[in-house]
Ligand binder design. Structure first.
Ligand code: FES
Ligand SMILES: [Fe+2]
Length: 312
């Protein structure tokens, strides 16, 4: 019995790799959305995601498949698929079976991340992932990527975004943040103003979280140092999620700021790990018992419903 009343696989864009993990010619088997997939980068430089199993006799293209041109060749009997997933060559046959193809998933690559579009009914993407200036600005540090496999679902973990109260009791911030929520279609933004404890005392800070759909979140933090986090979460199966946070700071080449930035990143990683045991063991209450000071969970939950094909 699932811990959650809603489907495990929302519709939207989800990370399948960081760009740096996928050079031209690279082939990676991945398991997301309860399915086997193959991620590869063609010789044309484009990242692609296909269903993994060859329509011929079922070999996994991610285990031994070889990139050729914009497509991939199966390791078992050498059928070749083009960049759209159509079989274009069976080297030992006079005729290619006309229906031979593997499903090619929509892919976009932004901000150093390769994302795939999942839709339960196979509909095309209805929103885009924005291009962020910080990702091509030399004043910002090279992103540091961290990975966690979490026994939960991102939309449940991410209620954190509206849960200002837990900042004090889980993360030890000295006071409760004030939060303003802005909802615009697939975008859910929370502007928090808060005080942070630092070794030099308490300082004022802003923390903005911006969700673009159910798998990609931008977090910007000001205060001791400007920080950018790109948080991505891809469902592995009904129970587990592949979460990755990519951290950068605006150090502008300054050694002192680099040290402050490194400490900030360690602190943010630690904060994630403070949340983990809560997320992995909590229940999902459809009707939580809230009080007036709690965050606006209703706004968040109304927003997230748009990413499901089924209602619940
Ligand atoms: S299983 Fe792929 S070519 Fe035979
Ligand atoms: Fe948290």
């Amino acid at each position: 019995m699932s811990r959650f009343p809603y489907p495990a696989y929302p519709n939207g864009w989800f990370r399948v790799a960081y760009s740096e993990e996928l050079a031209p010619g690279d082939v990676k088997p991945v398991h997301y959305f309860g399915r086997e997939l193959v991620v590869f980068r063609g010789e044309d430089g484009e990242a692609r995601v296909f269903d993994a199993f060859c329509p011929h006799l079922g070999a996994h293209l991610g285990h031994g498949g070889k990139v050729e041109g914009d497509g991939i060749r199966c390791p078992f009997h050498a059928w070749r698929f083009d960049g759209e997933g159509s079989c274009v060559e069976v080297p030992y046959a006079k005729r290619v079976p006309p229906k031979a193809r593997v499903a090619a998933w929509p892919v976009c690559e932004r901000n150093g991340i390769v994302l795939v579009h999942h839709h339960a009914e196979g509909k095309p993407p209805s929103y885009e992932i924005p291009v962020l200036e910080e990702c091509s600005d030399a004043a910002w540090s090279k992103p540091e990527n961290r990975f966690w496999k979490v026994r939960s679902r991102w939309l449940d973990m991410n209620e954190n975004a509206v849960d200002g109260i837990h900042f004090k009791y889980i993360h030890g911030v000295p006071s409760f943040p004030t939060a303003e929520i802005h909802v615009d279609g697939p975008v859910f933004r929370v502007d928090n103003t808060m005080r942070f404890s630092t070794p030099k005392g308490e300082i004022d800070s802003t923390l903005t979280t911006i969700d673009h759909g159910p798998g990609f979140q931008i977090v910007r933090i000001t205060g001791a140092i400007d920080t950018l986090m790109l948080n991505t979460a891809t469902p592995i199966d009904e129970d587990d999620t592949d979460v990755s946070f990519s951290y950068s700071v605006r150090h502008e080449g300054d050694e002192q700021k680099k040290r402050v930035g490194a400490a900030r990143i360690r602190d943010l990683e630690h904060q994630f790990e403070q949340d983990l045991p809560i997320w992995e063991n909590k229940a999902y209450h459809e009707k939580p018992m809230l009080c007036a000071e709690d965050g606006d969970f209703g706004a968040y939950r109304r927003w997230m419903r748009q990413f499901f094909s089924e209602s619940w």
